[in-house]
Each structure stands twice: as C-alpha cells, then as structure tokens.
Design a protein around this ligand. Structure first.
Ligand SMILES: Nc1nc2c(c(=O)[nH]1)N[C@H]1C(S)=C(S)[C@@H](COP(=O)(O)O)O[C@H]1N2
Ligand SMILES: [Mo]
Length: 497
C-alpha cells in the first residue's frame, strides 16, 4: 500500500511539475532536463552500443527510463513514509532535478519552480494517502472501509495526475514554440530540389538508395532529447577568442552574403561497417573560410570550438576550414531551409570530417582556440580529437537471396575530400574484380558502384573494398566505431539457387 501510494504520489508530482512548467512557459521541463542530464552523463562506452542497437529509439527510451526512475524513487519514499529518511529523499529529488535544470543552457526560474512544485506535491500526496486508516493505524488489518477510501483517493489522484500531465502537454510551451518556429521556417525562401543531382550520379539500380538522400531519409544523430527551437530572427552566432575582430552574425547577415551550394556526404563516426549513418545531399551556406578571414584568426589558433544552442560542443581543426574545401555555415539542405532536426536555422558542414568534429547543428557560438585548451562533448567521452572520415565501401544490392545467373552487385564507396579512385569486389575470397563507378561532382561525396556477378548455385560471400584517389586501399583491419570510426571490409552472404 505504501509503495503504491509512493507511485501515485510520484506520478502526481511529475504531472504537476510538467503542468507548472507549461504554464510558466518553460521550454524544457524538469523531467526533460533530468533525462537530458542522464544522457549527458552516460559514458561513451555505454552510449555507443545503445545507439547502435536501438537507433532513433534512444530518445524515447531515455525519457521513459527517467520517468520510471522517478516513479521507483517515489515508491521507495512511500515505503519509508513518514520518516526523516523519506523527507530527506524528497529534498534530494528536488535538489537533483533543480541541479539538472540549472546545468542546462537557457535555464529559467520557471524550471526551478516546477521542480519545487513537483517535490511539494510528492510530499503532499503521501501525507494525504498515508494518513488514511488502512496504511496508518493498522496497515495489516482488514479495514475494508479504509481500504476502499484509500483506493478511491489514490485512484482519483492518479486520474488527476493524468489529466494534469495531459493538460501540460496540450498547453506545452514547446508545441506552441515549435509551431512558431515552423511558421518562421515556412516563410523563408524555399525551392525543394533547386539544385538537381548532377547527371550520371545514379546508376539507377532498383532498391539501391539514391545518390541524393531525400531530407526525410537523411540520417539523424544528436544528443538533444527535444530539439532546440530557434526563430531565425533571434538567431546569432557570436565569434570570439583568438581573433583580431570579434563579431556577432545574424541570420540576415548570412542571407545577405549569398549562399554557395555544395554536394556533401555526411557520415557519423558511429556508423558500423555496412551501416547507414551516412547520407548525401546539397547544402547551401556561407563558406566558413570567408567568415574566419573577416574575423582574423590568430596564427596559433588551431581549433574552432563551436557550441550549439543546447550546449553540445565540437572542436574542428582550423586547417580543415581554411584549406579550400567547401566547409559551410549552412542554412539549407536540398533547396529548403534546414529541417529543425537537422539544425535549423544554421549548422556547420565540413566535407571529409565525421559529424562529431564538424557538423554542429543549431550553432550559436564560435570560439577560436587551441585543441590543447578545450575538450568537446564526444572527446570528453572517449572519442578521438581528430575525426577524418575513413575510406569505406558498402554493398547495398543484392538484399536477399538470388537466382543463379547474372546478378547486379552494387553499393556506395566514400573517402570524402580525398575521393574514390576505384572499387573492387570479390566472391568467396577469389580475385578482386573492378567495379564500374558512377559519376560524382567532386571528391566530397560518396560514389555509387556496381559489378555484374555471374552467380552459381550455392552459398557465397561477397566482399567490397575501395581505393582512394591517393592510391590508398581501404584497410581490411576491423575497427569498432570508438574512438575514431569503424574500418574493415563489408561482406554479405548470399544464397544462390
Ligand atoms: N547540436 C548538436 N549538433 C550535432 C550533434 C549533436 O548531438 N548536437 N551531433 C553531431 C553528430 S555526432 C553527427 S554525426 C551529425 C549528424 O547530423 P544530422 O543529424 O543532420 O545527420 O551532427 C552533429 N551535430
Ligand atoms: Mo555522429
């Protein structure tokens, strides 16, 4: 009974804190702040396999685990109620959630009030429930009347919690804010597919992913449980640190400079061999090199340390931003303003570097500094400071078992900014055979390849490897994504009948 009372009290506390947060216009409620902090405190070695297995479900899972943890804590507090211990735990819960709120960027007093409200409701509901006869005077006695009263009361409270929580969701400052930002996004110039994919980039093989990834299929990786919602009119990028002329840019400043289009393949360092955390599209933005020239980067600054609106950080080598490659402060992808999930209003994209060291979404702050003085979100968690994308190749076709005879084998290969010179395929460890390559507009994108296989009946293993334009073959050495990206040949097993 006490445990149940604790559960109900915790549910009521969560609901009320959500409601208070919504009423006070808090964009990130205490529950979300706690979940986000838990994500941040998860060591890289744990995060990596979790992301690899659950993929995009990582965000709802983090929130559900947080809710369950709070409810479990409520159950413990209920068991101990009333006691000094139980009260102390309530205080601990308030302090911890308040700490989580404060630890997040954009903290408001409303968030702290929502924490306090949650704690008070927890204690209040327990006080109410556990004073009822069935749990107070003789908890084990068969006091049917008291029992019924307890159930009715806790049922009512549980219902109230659901209603309050639901109301909080409806009133949620977040959904209103999201609608505002979507509106702001929709009035910006937009021409989906404005830049068509260059001719010959697609081999046109059925079931193979297109060379240009549609925005809706572009892979997504970030630590944001709820995405930052930024009105472009409010967006600024503050540039400071080891520069001669610090400055702050607005969205309009970028638009006024004119946008450059560049086809860029982005890849996540967590992409396993054969994985799909890689996509290709045309980004439009202002060359980062131009902006760095304007602010005057000091000679001994080797790192652009960028911070997003949600506090995520990233260290990018200044050399990769100023060596002439199409490193962009991007406003658009595939002709439309960045989708909110992909960094609206402004993000970075740098050809040749994994996203964790280059692709800051919702970027708001640039500090020119030195790698020896800073450490970024993922380097803090065991990933390498430098993250050039490794040469890799993947087999996409065939996807299932095939009939004997002529079988198209096809996929993609990439060595962004070095470029792909050739792709080779072999069957059952035999001789490497040269695949045909599709065209590409630059060295910055992946390239489609295909090879015709005269398949004989039986079980076969097909393998692929790429050679970059420097003549360097893709390594056969298997490496896990941690610390600087997976390597090894992708192989598939095919049954031919
Ligand atoms: N603000 C922010 N930017 C971020 C991240 C993040 O967690 N937060 N993740 C990075 C990583 S690890 C990758 S691989 C790319 C992914 O970009 P996408 O989601 O648009 O594909 O974004 C990068 N930028
Ligand atoms: Mo990533």
């Amino acid at each position: 009974m006490r445990t149940w009372a604790g559960v109900v009290a915790a549910a009521a506390a969560i609901a009320v804190s959500q409601l208070v947060a919504a009423l006070l216009g808090v964009v990130e409620s205490p529950v979300l702040a706690v979940a986000q902090l838990a994500v941040q405190l998860t060591p890289g070695g744990v995060a990596e396999p979790v992301i690899a297995t659950v993929g995009r479900a990582d965000k709802p899972i983090a929130i559900v685990v947080t809710l369950l943890a709070i409810v479990a804590l409520g159950a413990v507090i209920g068991r101990w109620w009333p006691s000094v211990k139980a009260n102390a735990l309530v205080v601990v819960l308030i302090v911890l959630s308040a700490a989580a709120v404060v630890a997040r960027p954009n903290t408001t007093v409303g968030g702290l009030l929502a924490c306090a409200a949650g704690g008070l409701v927890l204690a209040g509901v327990l006080g109410l429930l556990i004073r009822t006869p069935s749990t107070h005077a003789r908890p084990d006695a068969e006091d049917a009347d008291g029992r019924r009263r307890f159930l009715r009361l806790s049922g009512l409270l549980a219902l109230g919690a659901v209603v309050a929580g639901g109301l909080g969701e409806v009133l949620s400052a977040r959904s209103a804010r999201r609608a505002d930002v979507e509106r702001a996004r929709s009035v910006l110039a937009s021409a989906p597919g404005r830049v068509p994919a260059p001719a010959g980039t697609d081999l046109g093989i059925a079931v193979q992913p297109r060379w240009k990834t549609p925005n809706g299929e572009f892979y997504r990786i970030d630590t944001a449980l709820t995405v930052p919602l930024i009105d472009p009119a409010d967006w600024t990028l503050r540039i400071h640190g080891m520069v001669d002329r610090p400055m702050t840019l607005t969205y309009k400043d970028l638009v006024d400079r004119g946008l450059k289009d560049a086809w860029i393949t982005m890849c996540c360092v967590s992409n396993p061999v054969g994985g799909d955390l890689i996509s290709n599209t045309v980004f439009s933005g202002v060359p980062i090199a131009d902006i760095l020239k304007e602010v005057g980067v000091q000679a001994d600054a080797d790192c652009l340390f960028s911070t997003s609106d949600d506090g995520w950080t990233c260290g990018t080598p200044v050399s990769a931003l100023t060596d002439g490659r199409d490193a962009l402060l991007a406003l658009e992808m595939d002709g439309v303003p960045l989708p909110i999930e992909h960094g609206f209003p402004v993000r970075q994209v740098v050809p040749g570097l994994y996203g964790y060291v280059s692709g800051t979404k919702w970027v708001v702050d640039w500090e020119l500094t030195q790698f020896s003085k800073v450490s970024a979100y993922w380097t803090d968690r065991g990933w390498a400071e430098q993250g050039p994308i490794k040469t890799e190749s993947r087999i996409d076709v065939p996807r299932s078992d095939v009939k004997a005879g002529r079988v198209p084998v096809a996929g993609v290969a990439w060595a962004p900014h070095r470029g792909i010179e050739g792709v080779e395929v072999r069957v059952d460890g035999g001789r490497w055979q040269e695949a045909t390559l599709a065209r590409v507009p630059s060295t910055d994108t992946w390239v489609q390849w295909s090879w015709d296989w005269d398949a004989s009946e039986g079980d076969h293993v097909v393998e692929v490897r790429a050679i970059d334009k420097g003549g360097e073959p893709q390594t056969a050495v298997r490496a896990e994504p941690i610390p600087d990206g997976a390597s090894g040949w992708h192989r598939i097993s095919v049954s031919v009948s």
